[in-house]
Ligand binder design. Structure first.
Ligand code: HPA
Length: 275
């Protein structure tokens, strides 16, 4: 695996001007954030060894290098999901590649279903912690000690300092940023109402089909991680309606402006942290 990371890193470095400090992974329908990036270099996933294209509508499949408020960023517009038939290694390759490029912090974003009944469609949530309900782990298999330790600690999977920055930025913007635990499921079916009741009992506040493996791989490589969920819908059974990917994408677009504002100012602050 480390060979694949190195090859991907090399191909990107050949086109890269400056080393990125902050990495961002954009979730379903949240790709328009890239409009806020300046001095862009755009690299299609087709041109990065071992990446391949994404298969999900709403995921573009390109890496954007550039600056946000003067901070060097590397932004993954489009991610790989396990339900696409990718291996876990492939799912986390983009995050591992960003780490290989030299980022110190990573912001994982996603569209999620709201489980916590105090949430509403359109809310932004700072991910406080996660539950891996995927029955999978990207670290299964022999461990490459040059990449990270065999048994990584996950006590601070979502870095307290980064979470405090998100909260602080939101407060300054007058944005009601919620806090919650994200449960990662395999998909691609949405959940049943019974599953959602179970997840609520287990302590989850929102549900989605991504992020969890990426957070694990990022922690494995010693990155500081934070995450933002966009509640594109209340989870199954909470409202008397069916869940449709089209509606969920549309809702993500509606949240775009406040999502972008939160991300831009947070990147500016996170970029100032020393290592
Ligand atoms: N469940 C799982 N993933 C999701 C949802 C959901 O309700 N909404 C957006 N992504």
């Amino acid at each position: 695996m480390s060979g694949k990371i190195q090859e991907a890193v090399k191909a990107i470095e050949a086109k890269m001007k400056n080393k990125p400090k902050v990495g961002i992974v954009l979730g379903s329908g949240l790709g328009d954030f890239v409009d806020a990036i300046e001095n862009k270099t755009v690299i299609s996933y087709d041109d990065i060894p071992h990446f391949g294209q994404t298969t999900v509508v709403g995921h573009s499949g390109q890496l954007i290098l550039g600056t946000v408020k003067g901070v060097e960023v590397a932004v993954m517009q489009g991610r790989f999901h396990f339900y696409e038939g990718r291996t876990m290694e492939e799912v986390v390759l983009p995050v591992r590649t960003l780490a290989g490029l030299g980022i110190e912090s990573i912001i994982l974003t996603n569209a999620a279903g709201g489980i916590n009944l105090s949430f509403t469609q359109g809310d932004l949530v700072c991910i406080e912690d996660q539950i891996n309900f995927m029955g999978q782990n990207p670290l299964i298999g022999p461990n490459d000690e040059s990449v990270g330790p065999r048994f990584p600690d996950m006590t601070y999977a979502y870095d307290p300092e980064l979470r405090a920055i998100l909260k602080d930025v939101a407060k300054n913007q007058g944005l009601d940023l919620k806090t919650g635990v994200y449960v990662g499921v395999l998909g691609p079916t949405y959940e049943t109402p019974a599953e959602i009741r179970m997840f609520r009992t287990l302590g989850a506040d929102m549900v989605g089909m991504s992020t969890v493996p990426e957070c694990i791989a990022a922690n494995h490589m010693g990155l500081k991680v934070c995450g933002i969920s966009c509640v594109t819908n209340m989870a199954a059974g909470i409202e008397a309606t069916k869940l449709m990917h089209e509606d969920i994408k549309e809702q993500a677009l509606k949240i775009m402006q406040k999502f972008t504002n939160l991300l831009v100012d947070s990147v500016a602050k996170i970029g100032q942290l020393s290592k």
